[in-house]
Design a protein. Structure first.
Ligand code: ZN
Length: 240
């Protein structure tokens, strides 16, 4: 069985559709969403409805939480806050409620999914080094855990110690644990503009990261037409 793991879509419909088309070509049978369906880009409603219709296991991201609440966004950076204010206005009460009810952590098959980390999933910690990963591993009871949040694909392995390994392709071995960031569909930040997601092949015990081109000019046009901050249109082209 092959499962697609994708997240940080951030209301980028063109990137989402490109990833789903690529996954179908790759004979993926199941899908799991790592959260942050909305925020930043201009298609929150279409992305939410597309994923809801897929009825796949989905965990909540911080932007899903912020977009579906009424709390102040003052502590966020101004660009993220402006996009979230706009997103709140696009979503219906019923769509906000669907986002609000997403769970923080899910176990699917023999692996776990979370948007940020398993140690404090509601604190939205960023994992940028092996020490951050160590805190997660203390709470990881499955061999493999997938997550997102930083928009940078990264893989940490725990055996006798915790270390980072190249993210492109990973063999899952018996006596190790894996904490795998699948990158971002709609706003990659690793310098590569292409949409990013992962395929887990349960029979081959292997995870492959895939990059998919999409019609970025269409996404940029929609961001500008919506009156969202110009920086959001520029950053997706630069992958930052
Ligand atoms: Zn995100």
């Amino acid at each position: 069985m092959r499962i697609a793991l994708f997240g940080d879509i951030h209301a980028n419909l063109e990137a989402l559709e490109a990833v789903l088309a690529d996954a179908a070509e790759q004979q993926v049978g199941d899908y799991v969403c790592m959260g942050d369906i909305v925020g930043y880009n201009a298609d929150p409603v279409a992305c939410l409805e597309r994923i809801r219709a897929m009825n796949c296991p989905t965990v909540k991201g911080n932007h899903d939480e912020d977009a579906s609440s009424t709390h102040s966004l003052d502590n966020l950076n101004p660009v993220a806050a402006a996009a979230l204010e706009w997103t709140r206005r696009q979503l219906s009460d019923e769509q906000r409620q669907w986002l609000r009810r997403l769970r923080m952590v899910r176990q699917v098959s023999d692996f776990t999914v979370v948007h940020s980390t398993l140690d404090q999933p509601a604190h939205w910690n960023y994992v940028t080094n092996r020490f951050d990963a160590m805190s997660n591993f203390s709470y990881q009871f499955t061999r493999v855990c997938f997550h997102g949040h930083t928009h940078v694909p990264r893989v940490y392995v725990k055996n006798d110690k915790v270390h980072e390994v190249p993210a492109e392709s990973i063999e899952i071995e018996e006596n190790s644990k894996y904490f795998i960031n699948v990158g971002s569909v709609g706003q990659p930040r690793d310098g590569d503009w292409r949409a990013c997601y992962a395929i887990y092949d349960l029979d081959q015990k292997a995870v492959v990261l895939r990059r998919v081109e999409y019609e970025i000019e269409a996404t940029q046009r929609k961001i500008r037409a919506a009156g969202l901050p110009e920086m959001l249109a520029e950053r997706i082209a630069e992958g930052r």
